[in-house]
Ligand binder design. Structure first.
Ligand code: R5P
Length: 273
């Protein structure tokens, strides 16, 4: 792997744990002003110091993230439909690879819709993006989207979608946690990070998702709603970091969450693992 491409990937993952806590704030690209992300700048600011990478669109990057940030950027470059459409799979590439380079991002990300009406187009988009990215040392993160069909989040389907993404050249894959998740990880030759999905019933459920995903071999999380729709987003980031980077149990991480939201959130430690 070329040095520049390797460097872009490595800086998103801790050199000590090998894992990553990515903050996902790209939801507006098809959902509009999602709850607690209406003012993206205000949502992002306190969380950014705790993120190993942040996933967003160029519009939110330019308007809501200070250019002085050192946090690696995962730039969503697919879109073109909104939740008002029944079929969400008709995405195109919305942002060029030259724009991604201009924005100095660490990776580009697109959704692939395996088994959906526009499966072919989304997989073609992935292949083209890998080719385009290769010329610039730009890694591609494939997101195995399920659209509105959340029931697709099972090991058989996700293993298929992740494997196909890796076969077509994705350097990283974002998918969902599911029962039998190790089957998904074991059959995917590139690192997997997991999304959180819609907000879960409890903090502990979200921490357990992260814990079990890492235990099954995921290299990190790329989580949104279970962080910034939590009552205490900074405390949630701290608790998730304990799980992902330090192997905390759900009980230990839950205690960190509750302690952190009692005290006012301390500044992120420098050189965070
Ligand atoms: C969809 O909008 C994106 O791929 C999200 O970044 C992904 O689903 C992670 O966010 P959440 O944890 O809210 O599902």
């Amino acid at each position: 792997m070329d040095w520049g491409l390797r460097n872009r990937i490595d800086r998103m993952f801790s050199s000590t744990s090998g894992h990553s806590v990515m903050l996902a704030v790209d939801h507006g690209y098809f959902m509009g002003p999602t709850r607690n992300l209406e003012n993206a700048k205000a949502t992002i600011a306190p969380l950014l110091p705790y993120a190993d990478a942040i996933a967003l669109t160029r519009g939110i990057l330019r308007t809501s993230v200070p250019p002085s940030t050192t946090t690696p950027i995962v730039l969503r470059v697919s879109g073109g439909v909104t939740i008002l459409k029944e079929d969400l799979s008709e995405e195109t590439i919305t942002t060029s690879i030259e724009e991604a380079v201009r924005l100095n991002v660490s990776a580009v990300a697109l959704s692939v819709f395996v088994g959906s009406p526009h499966e072919h187009e989304s997989l073609s988009n992935l292949s083209q993006l890998v080719d385009d990215g290769q010329a610039y040392g730009m890694p591609v993160l494939a997101i195995t989207a399920v659209g509105k069909e959340l029931e697709k989040r099972d090991a058989r389907y996700l293993a298929l979608a992740c494997r196909v993404s890796a076969e077509l050249g994705a350097h990283l894959v974002k998918t969902y946690y599911c029962d039998g998740f190790s089957k998904v990880v074991d059959s995917c030759p590139v690192p997997i990070v997991v999304a959180g999905g819609p907000k879960l019933d409890s903090i502990e459920a979200a921490l357990a998702l992260a814990h079990d995903a890492i235990a099954a071999g995921a290299k990190g999380i790329d989580m949104g709603r279970n962080i910034w729709q939590s009552e205490h987003p900074v405390a949630m980031m701290q608790a998730l970091r304990a799980v992902v980077h330090h192997g905390a149990t759900v009980r230990e991480a839950s205690a960190i969450f509750h302690e952190a939201n009692v005290a006012s959130a301390p500044p992120a430690p420098s050189g965070m693992a």
